[in-house]
Design a protein around this ligand. Sequence first.
Ligand code: HEM
Length: 302
Amino acid sequence: MVVTKKDLLGARDSIDKILDEKNCGPFFVRLAWHDSGPHDASIKDPWPAAGGADGSIRFSAELEHGANAGLSGAVKLLEPVKEAFPAVSYADIYQMASARAIELAGGPTIDMKYGRLDTSSPDECPKEGNLPDAEAGPEGKFGGAGGTKSTEDKTGEGHLRKVFYRMGLDDEAIVALSGAHTFGRAYKDRSGLGAEKTKFTDGSKQMRADGKEASYTPGGSSWTEKWLIFDNSYFTTMPDEGADPELLKLTSDKVVFTDEGFKPFAEKFRDSQDDFFESYKKAHKALSELGSKFEPEEGITL
Ligand code: HEM
């Protein structure tokens, strides 16, 4: 089935409605990143051997990876979009849902292209363990229930570089993409790293970028106070010693401000939201296309 611009625009409208009703944007950003992030740029065998943004995360073989705890809920939320627009691949739906979530939450417009092909069988899922450990470090524990703990890299920054360099991304992209934690929460029953709830996630008021008050399922810990708005508050909050102690700071977040290679970018993004958005949109586009095969080859823009 060949996808058309009309199908993609229809899918986009449906996604926008889900985002408006459920305020689940961060969940979709995590889903899309966990579909593309296992990509291994060193694998040169024919597609889809290197893994990437290819819809493979819809298969339970991959959803059951420890780092993907909870993401079956995001797959389910997007199933009606696939039913209504069957010509649009899962890979496109997941990446579109993520980009729209960021745009509608006040983030940058990402120069997306579509036409990704889907993997067709669970045999094509990547191996477990390619996504980063949130708590890698000397006393680290793995950031996804039941996942594999990295034993080779004893520092958070070494671990992050190993994982993101494998995808073909650089230090600037690592820092920019870490800024996606301006958005969303970590949950006790998913990664195990969030609190039951905090004063920012207990069901009390959360504003959206359009000025509306959002309703959401209470629970978890957020990195920032306004966790449904995509801005540079991750970079202002993480280094702030006086930040509310109920806000989350993972080992992987802390190293962004301590490592000599990462720090200049983190400080730049703290000081200028425009600079953050410029770097973020480039890094996000690259992330959304890791290991993707497009038909037509040049992709379809909307
Ligand atoms: C740098 C390495 C990273 C680590 C160690 C990491 C770790 C985590 C962890 C442990 C959670 C909590 C999951 C849960 O309990 O539900 C989480 C959530 C999240 N992550 Fe990351 N992450 C990383 C990079 C990224 C990247 C590159 C993106 C996207 C560009 C991203 C986007 C998100 C979002 C939006 C959430 C919130 C999900 C929600 O609210 O449901 N993360 N991350």
